[in-house]
Design a protein around this ligand. Structure first.
Ligand SMILES: NC(=O)c1ccc[n+]([C@@H]2O[C@H](COP(=O)([O-])OP(=O)(O)OC[C@H]3O[C@@H](n4cnc5c(N)ncnc54)[C@H](OP(=O)(O)O)[C@@H]3O)[C@@H](O)[C@H]2O)c1
Length: 262
């Protein structure tokens, strides 16, 4: 297959002529990633569970002159995933980039405090959905001359937090999924890497960053004296999807103010 190098990039951007699908991309980290991939030249398909959020994200990004379309997709629903794939195929007939960002944590509490219902929700949205979406989308990625998949874990995978029991486990599973998929898809020249955010200021993490005790402790343990921003994650994802990262696969990288990875 033919790969571009960064010296061959057109002024249209490092991701020009690529189609990117980003899940959970109407707010927070996913929205910042969608915006950045589009700014770097990709056509981006945004998605999340609520139509009004999709409409808002599409209108906002199109208003910035970016090439963006969108559809509703609850990642744990097979028919929604099918619709997302169909939407992406409307633009150019193939898909080059998949960012599996949607993730949930329905319980602040211990692992053994989690009911079967909580386990099912966490595992199906956080772990099963990325693999199942990729399975549905793969035939349309294989026919392109490159492919990049990004999973979104958490530093809770490296250092579990006592109040995030089952969520910690799901995010650790994503590190394993990254490596396994990277191995399986390497012969197809599709790379699979993992973004590992620390505490990033979004609605999802409000319970942490609005908590004074947490923040004081955080400042003591982290060198960069601020909470991360969604945009801090987006550049790394664009890089990992770009030709500059064409020999990087199976990797996980923390965006966390200080890495807790060895
Ligand atoms: N923020 C942090 O500190 C932090 C740290 C480590 C890891 N992470 C991970 O980063 C990812 C994004 O988190 P965030 O902080 O950016 O969250 P956020 O600001 O709450 O945004 C979540 C986005 O996902 C959508 N969404 C939620 N459930 C969904 C589902 N089942 N299917 C499809 N879309 C769904 C939401 O829109 P709708 O409501 O319309 O569905 C929204 O667009 C998650 O995987 C999270 O585990 C976050």
């Amino acid at each position: 297959s033919v790969r571009m190098t960064s010296s061959e990039i057109t002024p249209k951007g490092i991701l020009a002529n690529q189609v990117a699908v980003v899940t959970g991309s109407t707010d927070g980290i996913g929205f910042a990633i969608a915006r950045r991939l589009a700014q770097d030249g990709a056509h981006v398909v945004v998605s999340s569970r609520k139509q009004q959020n999709v409409d808002w994200a599409v209108a906002t990004l199109q208003g910035e002159g970016l090439s963006v379309t969108g559809t509703v997709c609850h990642v744990a629903k097979a028919e929604d995933r099918e619709r997302l794939v169909a939407k992406a195929l409307e633009h150019g007939g193939g898909i080059d980039i998949l960012v599996c960002n949607a993730g949930v944590n329905p319980l602040v509490g211990s692992t053994l405090g989690a009911s079967e219902q909580v386990w099912d929700k966490i595992l199906s949205v956080n772990v099963k959905a990325p693999a199942l979406l990729l399975r549905q989308l793969l035939p349309h990625m294989e026919n392109r001359w490159r492919g990049a998949v990004i999973l979104v874990s958490s530093t809770a995978a490296y250092t579990p937090r006592v109040d995030l029991g089952a969520y910690n486990v799901s995010k650790t599973a994503l590190l394993g999924l990254t490596r396994t998929l990277a191995l399986e898809l390497a012969p197809k020249d599709i790379r699979v890497n993992c973004l590992v955010p620390g505490v990033i200021e979004t609605n999802f993490s409000k319970v942490l960053h609005k908590n004074e005790t947490f923040w004081n402790n955080y400042k003591e343990n982290y060198q960069l004296q601020r909470i991360g921003r969604p945009e801090d994650c987006a550049g790394l994802v664009s890089f990992l999807c770009s030709p500059d990262a064409s020999y990087i696969t199976g990797e996980n990288i923390a965006v966390a103010g200080l890495s807790s990875r060895l």
